[in-house]
Design a protein around this ligand. Structure first.
Ligand code: GCO
Ligand code: MN
Ligand code: MN
Length: 387
């Protein structure tokens, strides 16, 4: 495969949020360094770099205090920009973290009017998303957490979160929007601690909802890495449960602030396993890059950043293909992992008896080395391009 093959195409389903390529490089220590790019120009920029989709929070497009007629005009013009540039809107979400009203959380804030307002704002964001053709609705509870647990009983926060999501599911049914909700976990930032810190926590929570079939997860590389966890394992568990409704790709060194780095730029080996997993299992949802360019960059650098995310994904995809086809890797795998799933079958008292009567040669089973050193070095050889 030559480098020209790493061109993004619509079938790759690469999407970016308005807030990602539109990020102005502001951080807690410094002002914005890049100009505001109006949403319609972001759509043009995404088309130029070869992306397929654009995602948005309600207020990335429509200011929080826009009048109904302003809103309608903005949406109309955005729709026509998307159409003109051949960009789709696969996912919509709601901003429940920026405005001071959410300083104590949204669905979990102590003030019940704030909680109700958060639900109302989400309903309006769903209407907006539906109008733009989105079928996935992400809920990220960035402010749903605490600096001090003096403020409330944390189980009450879980109850309020459930009441909100249940309500929104009913609204989705009532309005026939056909959304799938994707819940996005994060351990901290902007709160000291956020409720539902990991994808696994949300997978547990979903089973307690009134409409669990309508709700899945939106795991993000950076968020699991911030918690020191293995992202691929989180994604695999979500996939296996039929809950991988969306994915936020970026990169992050564990133990740092929330970095939102270009996909694959910090932990390329882990991201190789991720891409290999997504491609091996046939995940066919959007590949959404929730990251932003370094603060050092101008708008040209933002394009380099966006192109880099997609290029790295496609390089890793090609490496995964090479890995899967490698004769030596296949031979080792056949030897060490010849029967990857299944070992006792479904329980019956009959087969339990025979299992109990079976004798295992523990010494023989534990004798042989597993060749994982060789397997990993072959992986490194593939990744570093010498194989
Ligand atoms: C973050 C999050 C957000 C969400 C977005 C979608 O760390 O700020 O990843 O970017 O993904 O708000 O709801
Ligand atoms: Mn994030
Ligand atoms: Mn995200």
């Amino acid at each position: 495969m030559s480098s020209s093959d790493y061109q993004p195409k619509p079938e790759h389903k690469f999407s970016f949020g308005l807030w990602t390529v539109g990020n102005r490089g502001r951080d807690p220590f410094g002002e914005a360094v890049r100009p505001t790019i109006p949403p319609n120009d972001i759509v043009a920029l995404l088309a130029e770099v070869g992306a397929w989709g654009v995602n948005l929070h309600d207020n990335d497009l429509v200011p929080i205090d826009a009048s109904p007629s302003e809103r309608d005009r903005i949406v109309r013009e955005f729709k026509s920009a998307c159409k003109r540039h051949g960009i789709v809107v696969p996912m919509a979400t709601v901003n429940l973290f920026y405005d001071p009203v959410f300083r104590d959380g949204a669905f979990t804030a102590n003030n019940r009017d704030v909680r109700a307002y958060a639900v109302q704002k989400t309903m309006r964001a769903m209407e907006l998303g539906a109008e733009l053709g989105a079928k996935i609705f992400v809920l990220w509870g960035g402010r749903e957490g605490t600096e001090t647990d003096a403020c409330r009983r944390p189980d009450h926060a879980v109850k309020n979160l459930r009441e909100s999501v249940n309500y929104l599911c009913e609204y989705n049914i009532d309005k026939k929007y056909g959304f799938k909700f994707a819940l996005e976990a994060k351990p901290n930032e902007p709160r000291g601690d956020i409720y539902m810190p990991t994808t696994g926590a949300y997978l547990g929570f979903i089973t307690t909802l009134d409409h669990p079939e309508m709700v899945g997860v939106n795991p993000e590389v950076a968020h699991e890495h911030m918690a020191g966890l293995n992202f691929v394992h989180a994604v695999a568990q979500a996939w296996e449960a039929g809950k991988l409704f969306h994915i936020d790709l970026n990169d992050q060194y564990p133990g740092r602030y929330d970095q939102d780095l270009r996909f694959g730029s910090a932990t390329p080996k882990a991201m190789f396993w991720l891409v290999k997993f997504l491609e091996d299992v046939g995940y066919d949802g959007p590949r959404h890059f929730d990251a932003h360019a370094y603060r050092t960059e101008d708008v040209a650098g933002v394009k380099d950043f966006a192109r880099g995310c997609m290029r790295t994904y496609l390089i890793l995809k090609e490496k995964a293909k090479r890995w899967n086809a490698d004769k030596e890797i296949r031979e080792i795998l056949a030897e060490v992992n010849g029967s990857p799933t299944g070992h006792v079958g479904k329980y019956s008292s009959q087969n339990a008896k025979s299992l109990l009567n079976r004798s295992f040669d523990r010494a023989a089973l534990s004798q042989k080395g597993l060749q994982y050193e060789r397997l990993d070095q072959l992986t490194i050889d593939v990744l570093l391009g010498v194989r």
